[in-house]
Design a protein around this ligand. Structure first.
Ligand code: GCV
Length: 699
């Protein structure tokens, strides 16, 4: 046995594909939070027992990124390796992705062991040790242990086959579909590496507004090339499936999920995909939503559609992620109620390899939404969380909005069923589901810094960390990200964390305080548009959401209105039913209130709104000042880009504030409170702003 073991010694010339693509410029953001330390020399030695591509990556990562300060040799090994199993370490509950890092004595030699039950676990352990070291932790004494609480930790790319990215603000798609499968851009490796470093283990390559072409043989071969690159990093590939593909590329007359020919077509298609990608993860589907085809076109249910696809991938171990983001143009019901109305009756009707993927709120990734009422309401169905990492509604690429607090606010929300939280629904604890998942709509493009700005990287990072463990704290994540990204100097880290932790609330304040939502301009969703009222469907118009008139503002979702509150468990519904017990941050989401309604502060609703708009602008000004103070402590390239972005944000926060106040005043006829600055322009000026070429807008 001993002879069969491979002991691979550290080699100073070891290079990974990722190293070959190391950036030309030092501080352009390409390296994300993974910033190579000085080459390891001297006392530290890194060795490996066993030989798989993933174990080799774990070793190479440590060699590349672990600071020389370690005072113990590091050993990378599977827990099943005889010399490690002889130590009888507590590894049983690490599952197949967890890791253990700790100092041990092996053959009389002290080493820092990085181990797990699988090579993926070992790789995650290597990244955990690098994170620990880069955020100031001691290496020699490190004892780290963790297993993911959520099984599928998946990015959703809304990337189109022509290279554009729907709601993408960081350049074009990373996937060069045209040159694939022959040319595999080395950047694909770096993408996989970054994801693996934060525990992401799946990626849906194409937009949920899918083209059937992505399921044709040439595109399957392209996806297979990406899957080959991602595999050693523990990342599986998934595809968004267009429900009408059997008609469009299969020559069938129907896509009715109850038609045996349709089911047979999907089964053959799944077989074809698995021949090219043996570990293909499965399908993501947007059906009967915003014009996409689906089973409802044939009078079949969402469960019928999902189960038919699930049967096709089941023999291969695949899954279906079926989105609950549905609302129909024919349905006059409050849009916030429609997904629940459609899906709740289907609880228990989905096949066991289907997950229903639910957005964090019932409308659409607004800067603040109450948690989606489906969480907790479908106990017999694994519900997958869908967050949006790309900031469609939070200032897109340029505004600094750290989404950690948005994500944790939803995850920590109590559903009203005993001690259940949204996180405990998502991680399966609540109903003991084995299949669990969290999806994040990616903010990644081919910009040199991947996400269009340094602070946007933190949102990718935070998503990965929370998908691994939804109970993590947003501020702690911000801190470890800042330490890895800018170094551990507290003169930098403290103000950066402070800026990050205030930033999302600032966006809420200057775009839609007190529970206002969906008040943005049409199409590109860039900038304010609370006046928009002429769009074809009522629920496309901001006026549908805020319902402002001379008397008051807000959407009555209590019993006197749409009664959306009744979709929550009684304990939560009771709170939301009454404006006095509704958190003020969600007040106008649930209630239509007079402008002179008294807030807890004693101010009128109107005064409180105005104060919040001003507070949002002031917070951005403070963030700018804090960043200015870091000029000498942050590299020039990243400092300047963020400084420029903050100046854009301050200008645009003012624009949001001024345009919104000008509009509300045109509706309520109220003066601004004493001492408050008037909007810079009149309402007509704000209404006349037009941005036909804003990025990310689907055409
Ligand atoms: C992919 C919102 C976005 C759309 C997106 C949709 C969805 O409506 O504006 O661009 O489409 O959500 O999540 O399906």
């Amino acid at each position: 046995m001993k002879a069969m073991r491979t002991l691979v010694r550290a080699s100073a010339i070891a290079v990974t594909a990722a190293l070959l693509t190391a950036p030309a410029a030092a501080e352009d953001g390409y390296r994300l939070w993974l910033r190579t330390q000085a080459p390891v020399e001297g006392p530290i030695a890194i060795s490996r027992l066993g030989d798989t591509p993933t174990l080799r990556l774990a070793e190479a990562e440590l060699r590349r990124d672990l600071p020389a300060a370690a005072n113990l040799p590091v050993l990378v090994a599977l827990a099943s390796d005889p010399s490690v199993s002889a130590l009888r370490l507590p590894v049983a509950d690490l599952g197949n992705e967890g890791y253990l890092v700790r100092p041990v004595s092996l053959g009389g030699r002290p080493v820092l062991l990085v181990t797990g039950n699988t090579d993926r676990g070992v790789l995650y352990g290597a990244f955990a040790l690098i994170r620990h070291a880069a955020s100031g932790g001691q290496i020699g004494s490190a004892t780290l242990r963790s297993a993911p609480k959520v099984k599928l930790r998946v990015l959703n790319h809304w990337d189109n086959l022509d290279g554009t990215v729907e709601r993408g603000y960081s350049g074009e798609s990373l996937w060069d579909w045209w040159k694939l499968p022959d040319y595999r851009d080395p950047r694909y490796t770096d993408y996989a590496r970054a994801n693996a470093s934060i525990g992401i283990n799946g990626t849906v390559l194409n937009n949920v507004n899918a083209k059937a072409d992505s399921l044709t043989a040439p595109y399957i071969a392209k996806a297979a090339a990406l899957a080959d690159v991602f595999r050693p990093w523990g990342i599986r590939v998934y595809l968004s499936a267009r429900f009408s593909a059997p008609i469009e590329i299969g020559g069938l007359k129907t896509a009715d999920p109850r038609d045996p020919a349709v089911a047979a077509w999907w089964k053959a298609k799944a077989d074809e995909i698995y021949r090219a990608i043996p570990d293909f993860g499965g399908f993501l589907v947007k059906a009967n939503s915003e014009g996409q085809p689906g089973p409802r076109d044939y009078g079949a249910s969402h469960a019928d559609g999902a189960n038919m696809l699930a049967a096709a991938v089941k023999p291969h171990g695949g899954i279906v992620m079926w989105r609950a983001f549905v609302y129909a143009d024919t349905d006059p019901e409050d849009r916030a109620k429609q997904a629940y109305t459609e899906f709740k009756p289907l609880d228990g009707k989905f096949a066991d390899n289907v997950m229903v993927q639910v957005k964090n709120g019932a409308i659409d990734f607004q800067p603040r939404e109450p948690f989606h009422p489906l969480f907790g309401a479908m106990p017999r169905t694994p519900l997958m969380m869908e967050f949006q990492i790309t900031k469609e509604y939070l200032g897109q690429a340029t505004h600094l909005a750290y989404l950690g607090p948005l994500f944790t606010e939803v995850l920590e929300a109590k559903t009203g069923r005993g001690r259940e939280t949204v996180a405990s629904v998502v991680d399966g604890e609540s109903e003991r589901h084995q299949l669990t998942g969290m999806a994040g709509v990616a903010n990644i493009g081919d910009d040199r810094d991947w996400t269009g700005g340094t602070f946007n990287q933190a949102n990718w990072y935070a998503f990965g960390r929370l998908a691994w463990d939804p109970s993590l704290d947003a501020a702690a994540i911000a801190r470890e990200w800042a330490q890895q990204t800018f170094g551990t100097d507290p003169r930098v880290v403290d103000p950066v964390v402070d800026m990050m932790m205030r930033s999302r609330e600032a966006v809420v304040d200057y775009t839609g305080p007190l529970g206002l939502a969906h008040v943005m301009a049409t199409g590109h969703h860039y900038g304010p548009g609370p006046w928009v009222s002429e769009l074809q469907r009522p629920e496309w118009n901001p006026v549908y959401y805020h319902r402002a008139d001379r008397q008051g503002i807000g959407f009555d979702r209590s019993r006197t209105g749409s009664n959306a509150v009744a979709q929550y468990a009684p304990a939560v519904a009771k709170l939301y039913a009454n404006p006095r017990t509704t958190p003020e941050s969600e007040l106008l989401w649930f209630h239509h209130l007079p402008w002179d309604y008294r807030l807890k502060s004693g101010e009128t609703l109107w005064e409180g709104m105005v104060r919040r708009y001003d507070r949002g602008v002031a917070t951005v000004a403070t963030m700018r000042r804090e960043w200015d103070g870091l000029r000498a402590l942050v590299d020039a390239e990243r400092w300047e880009k963020t400084a420029a972005f903050l100046s854009i944000q301050e200008r645009e926060a003012r624009w949001w504030r001024d345009a919104s106040l000008a509009y509300w005043q045109s509706v309520n006829g109220l003066p601004l409170p004493a001492g408050v600055a008037a909007p810079e322009h009149d309402l007509a000026w704000y209404k006349a702003q037009s941005f036909p070429h804003a990025p990310g807008n689907p055409h």
